[in-house]
Unconditional design. Structure first.
Length: 107
């Protein structure tokens, strides 16, 4: 299932930016990495993380959104898309921070 970005509005783009920035920040806290470029760096790491993990999931034909839709309660079902983005961004940010940690001096 491909994600259609054709009808994205300003609010959805703002939510995307907030989610990837929070994921990048959480990745920095969990990996105890160095703060480079502040929140801009966190947003960049989170965005790279969601792109890398999303591409890998698509390459292996795994739909995290579909799996989450089947497993989460019905009250959370409308927010599964955003949960998918957040999980991909967090996992990707943790992996990227772990890879970059020896090169950036750690925490």
């Amino acid at each position: 299932m491909l994600i259609d970005y054709d009808g994205a509005n300003v609010l959805e783009i703002a939510i995307w930016i907030l989610i990837v920035t929070a994921a990048g920040f959480l990745g920095r806290v969990l990996v105890k990495g160095k703060n480079f470029f502040g929140l801009w760096g966190d947003a960049f790491i989170g965005l790279l993380g969601v792109l890398i993990i999303g591409t890998l999931l698509r390459a292996f034909k795994f739909s995290l959104t579909g799996w989450l839709t089947e497993t989460v309660p019905d009250t959370i079902a409308p927010y599964v898309f955003w949960l998918d983005i957040g999980l991909c961004a967090l996992v990707g940010a943790i992996i990227l921070r772990a890879i970059l940690r020896p090169f950036t001096g750690g925490g």
